[in-house]
Design a protein around this ligand. Structure first.
Ligand code: ATP
Ligand code: MG
Length: 376
């Protein structure tokens, strides 16, 4: 294969597409992205077609110009893909995406495979919702970055409830949130990255920072890796996946969910691993050999979130100071507008030890802010 002759199409042109495209360009693949927002992040490094990945005809005509199709997000219209897959390689397969798009179907697939998941059901009326408290309520489709998930502990919380029907789960007393990247190709070969520990933003319900390796015993690390691979197999997964798990206070593990694409919890792999999740993504979709997942250094990854109260064109405050710190890599996604808690970039911090990296990360968090030209 001459990568220069191969066109990879990505549905969605956000930061995940941008970083996948950067990895693809390294090997000289041609990258095209379909995204409705002009000058989307990936357009900086790939050719953008402005259009909707939710419109079947647009997806079809976009696919005609590509050899391989993959995803920046799972919330795309899948109907044209079942037709397209006869003529074009689509990774992950539309069947896998169908399972993932619906949180109930996804849970069900893990449950049927005998994997541990929080107790779950679909609830369609308010009385049942109330009876089950405390619960976690999730939109069946369309949720991301914590939008579409609410924790309802008492009757007072019911006013925050999402529209019904929805998925309802037992509330797990989480000790740690763990995530890891798993890649699996169509020959059944796989690589499992070291688990990371995620710390969530108290207001946004989305990832604030993570560190790798996670603080887990050898046995738990092994169990997490095994479970993650089983979960990917349970959805027939071929491609690259981000697997999220919970560890409760009694050391029980649960699978939370799978993202069928590069994942926020794998951003540190760009600097900290032999093969980044983005290069691995490019390798698996193009059928190239999988790379080593080896962790080369302890790492902390901070999300750069839009500061509350700021909108409009982003202003990056403290960039000079942060870049002067050794072992720090700043990634700015190039989104044209900021809003509170929007993912605007991330920072990876390497250290001789995890403690050292965490110390630097604490300082960076204080200095580096994404503000905006409009203050409200
Ligand atoms: N059953 C549960 N018990 C306790 N907390 C939960 C449960 N399910 C989810 N949460 C909390 O809510 C967060 C978001 O949930 P989930 O990952 O299912 O939603 P999401 O919107 O798809 O998130 P993202 O796109 O950020 O991964 C979890 O990371 C966890 O902190
Ligand atoms: Mg999640």
């Amino acid at each position: 294969m001459n990568p220069g002759d191969v066109v990879i199409g990505i549905l969605g042109g956000g930061q995940l597409a941008k970083m996948s495209a950067q990895a693809g360009r390294k090997l000289s693949f041609k990258i095209r992205v379909l995204d409705p927002t002009p000058e989307c992040p990936a357009s900086q490094v790939a050719e953008q077609v402005v259009g909707s990945f939710r419109d079947p005809e647009t997806v079809k005509s976009f696919a005609k110009t590509c050899h391989i199709l993959t995803f920046d997000l799972e919330h795309v219209d899948l109907t044209p893909l079942f037709e397209l897959k006869r003529n074009i390689r689509i990774v992950p397969a539309p069947e896998t995406l169908t399972l993932i798009q619906n949180k109930f179907e996804q849970r069900q697939a893990f449950y049927k495979a005998g994997l541990p998941v929080p107790k779950f059901s679909v609830v369609s009326n308010k009385e049942d919702l109330e009876k089950k408290l405390p619960i976690v309520q999730k939109s069946l489709v369309g949720g991301y970055d914590g939008r579409g998930t609410v924790i309802l502990k008492s009757r007072e919380d019911l006013e925050k409830a999402l529209p019904l029907p929805s998925l309802v789960e037992e509330y797990v007393e989480i000790e740690k949130e763990i995530a890891l990247i798993v890649v699996r190709n169509n020959k059944g070969e796989f690589r499992i990255y070291d688990p990371v520990e995620m710390v969530f933003h108290p207001e946004g319900n989305l990832l604030d920072y993570l560190f790798c390796p996670a603080d887990l015993s050898e046995r738990l690390t092994r169990d997490v890796k095994e479970l993650a691979l089983e979960a990917v197999k349970a959805i027939g997964g071929v491609g690259l996946f981000g697997v999220e798990l919970f560890l409760d206070k009694r050391e029980n593990l649960y699978i939370n969910e799978i993202a069928p694409r590069p994942h926020n919890s794998g951003h540190h792999t760009i600097e900290a691993c032999v093969t980044s999740q983005f290069e691995q993504h490019i390798r698996v979709i193009t059928g190239l050999p999988l790379g080593s997942e080896k962790l080369l250094s302890p790492a902390v990854m901070l999300n750069l979130l839009g500061e509350p109260g700021f909108y409009g064109k982003p202003v990056y405050e403290g960039l000079d100071k942060v870049l002067a710190i050794p072992g720090v890599s700043v990634h700015i996604y190039g989104k044209k507008e900021t809003f509170p808690l929007r993912k605007m970039g991330h920072v990876t911090v390497l250290g001789e030890t995890l403690q050292e990296a965490l110390k630097k990360a604490t300082i960076i968090k204080e200095i580096l802010k994404v503000k905006g030209e409009v203050k409200k």
